[in-house]
Ligand binder design. Structure first.
Ligand code: G6P
Length: 607
């Protein structure tokens, strides 16, 4: 969480940094700030609240300089306020630092620095960094930063500028992401690619324990001992347009509508002429074929994708599969042996708990396969094997297209394993392949009926409690539908397995608690139908998501949304789309900030 941007070059530095911060606001948005080196010294402005408040404070003032850093914050230590906003400065206002992460030993460092006369202005852990650099400065900013970071415990990505050395921008990272953008006569630093992709596609991904020294016309990378490192420049294939709204009112809606294309792109890569391509890597194939069980660890929406994955892998490939919240897995002292494959699922590839789970597994000598969206992210790089979800940048805080892409990958993986293990025939596999290829069209059919979902949202947006129910492979769909609604509309929504409802949640059912029931035609359809009847009998209002042609469920529903028919195992990819749209429209009608819901951040890089 928190986004950092740094720039050195001849463009309008204020604009480059502020527009870069706009692209990183998904990482946090409770305050923002900028620091630039001008002729007369450091220029620093920071403001609580959204970036728009900072823009207002700056009143179009043009920054006169060639170097600046900026920060958009998700508060950890210290409430959101002007004083706690970054960048933070030293006592003489000569050194400015933007920080993403948590400095665990900041209390000790702060006491030590205060005893030496340093004056602190904020409640943050981050403020110790500029003061440490000030303490160590002896004619070389690089040396001072190097000494300062050796004192830091915890996680950090930092960007540093100083009026003492106006031609150098320094970045360093440990456990929080930071990349360098290599331009012509300009260099950038950022927490993530969207901030730089409109300036350059040439990127260096900093590893843990690396420090970058950037000048207008060149860069050098060192380790924390000051030893020079050679780093490869990666070419990022993102289109700059992919981080723009392109006519949509919100990124979430744009990303929901991108799903047919995302599914298509993944099928193009991983399914060729009925041949599944994920396990072409013989080592990965051997690994998966030899493991007795799989443990999936993930957070949030990725966790729900993992739950669908469990149904798919167990049903098709017959491998015992467990799914765990990464935040629980990492502290549970799990009993895992060499027969277990750890699978991490993450859109960002930076979620602190999921990354910690990967590291825990590696320390135990286990191999890790990750399913990740962001290329070269920490989880991708620290895993033994990676499958990319090719969903493109996901900016809306509520995950949508990454979710359906993750489930698609899990489906392809389960099918390929099932064929290799002889649990399904080539002919069965071809049947699935045919159905898979129809998925983009099926999703497009749902999107065409967006107005119908908007109409449902208009009818229900004033309710304050919702229940989402599903069964079998669509139980995770119910959980994900509830999560979507609560995270962006702030409506209380609970997701439950419909068969479990009678053990408690049914007590909540009345005319004020609409029940969204996900019950497409699957092997548990009739069972779930009985659960629907139990709700109807108690006066509950049911909004059902059912398969076209279904006549029984609509009879007992107040409202119905029909999804196209598909194979049972593919229903989770289809049935979630109306729920995403429903959550979106409800949130818009309630006047919520859909792309930046309160208290949340897209990439949770702190535990
Ligand atoms: C945050 C985001 C969610 C996301 C979760 C896991 O909570 O708001 O949308 O599902 O993190 O993120 P990951 O990047 O690991 O999938």
């Amino acid at each position: 969480m928190c986004g950092i941007v740094g720039y050195i070059g001849n463009k309008d530095v204020g604009s480059v940094v502020l527009v870069g911060l706009e692209k990183l606001e998904y990482r946090g948005y409770d305050s923002a700030g900028i620091a630039a080196v001008e002729k007369d010294g450091l220029f620093v402005k920071k403001k609580m609240g959204r970036l728009s408040n900072l823009y207002a404070l700056l009143e179009n003032r043009r920054i006169d300089g060639h170097i600046a850093i900026g920060h958009t914050r998700w508060a950890t230590h210290g409430r959101p306020s002007d004083e706690n906003a970054h960048p933070h400065t030293d006592c003489k206002n000569q050194i400015a630092v933007a920080h993403n992460g948590i400095i665990e030993n900041f209390k000790e460092l702060r006491s030590e620095l205060e005893s030496k006369g340093h004056k602190f202005l904020s409640e943050t852990d981050s403020e110790v960094i500029p003061h440490l650099i000030e303490e160590y400065y002896d004619g070389s900013l690089f040396d001072a930063v190097l000494k300062a970071i050796q004192r830091l415990e915890g996680a950090f990505a930092i960007a540093v500028v100083s009026s003492l050395e106006p031609d150098v921008l320094i970045g360093a990272r440990k456990d929080s992401p930071l990349i360098v953008g290599v331009g012509d006569g300009e260099m950038l630093l950022a927490s993530d690619i969207p901030a730089i992709v409109s300036h350059t596609h040439r990127v260096i991904i900093l590893d843990n324990g690396e420090i970058a020294v950037l000048k207008k016309d060149g860069y050098q990378i060192f380790d924390f001992n000051g030893q020079k490192r050679e780093k490869a420049v990666t070419i990022v294939d993102w289109d700059a347009k992919s981080v723009e709204l392109e006519g949509f009112p919100h990124f979430m809606l744009k990303e929901i509508f991108e799903q047919p294309h995302v599914i298509e792109a993944n099928l193009h890569q991983y399914l060729r002429n009925n041949e599944f391509m994920l396990l072409k890597d013989t080592n990965l194939r051997r690994l998966l074929m030899n493991k007795r069980s799989i443990l999936i660890e993930a957070c949030g929406t990725s966790f729900h994708a993992g739950m669908v994955g469990r149904y798919l892998i167990e049903k098709l490939a017959k491998i015992d599969t467990r799914v765990e919240f990464a935040s629980e897995f990492r502290y549970r002292e799990p009993v895992i042996d060499q027969n277990v494959l750890i699978m991490a699922i993450s859109q960002s590839g930076e979620t602190a708990d999921t990354l910690a789970g990967v590291r825990l597994a590696k320390e135990a000598g286990l191999e890790v396969l990750s399913i990740v969206n962001v290329r070269d992210s920490s989880i991708a790089r620290e895993s033994d094997y990676v499958i990319y979800t090719n969903a493109g940048p996901e900016i809306g805080v509520a995950s949508t297209k990454a979710y359906t892409a993750q489930i698609l990958i899990l489906t392809l993986l389960a099918l390929e394993l099932a064929v290799l293990k002889g649990h399904i025939t080539e002919e069965d596999a071809k049947g699935y392949a045919d159905e898979l290829r129809l998925l983009p069209g099926r999703l497009a059919q749902i999107l065409e009926k967006d107005a119908q979902i908007q109409h449902l949202a208009e009818k229900y947006y004033n309710f304050n409690n919702f229940m989402f129910l599903g069964r079998g492979i669509n139980y995770p769909t119910a959980l994900e539908g509830a999560l979507k609604l609560k995270e962006i509309s702030y409506i209380h929504a609970t997701g439950y397995a419909s068969g479990e409802m009678k053990h408690g949640p049914i007590a909540l059912v009345d005319e004020n608690m609409p029940v969204v029931f996900v019950n497409p035609k699957t092997s548990v359809y009739e069972k779930a139908l009985s659960n629907m009847k139990e709700i109807e009998a108690r006066g509950g209002r049911i909004i059902s998501v059912v398969t076209e042609g279904d006549e029984k469920a609509p009879e007992i529903s107040t409202d119905v949304f029909y999804i196209p028919k598909t194979d049972e195992l593919l229903t989770p990819i289809v049935s979630i789309v109306p729920l995403q749209l429903f959550a979106y429209h409800v949130a818009v009608l309630r006047g919520c900030d859909v792309d930046k819901p309160r208290n949340l951040a897209k990439s949770v890089t702190v535990e």
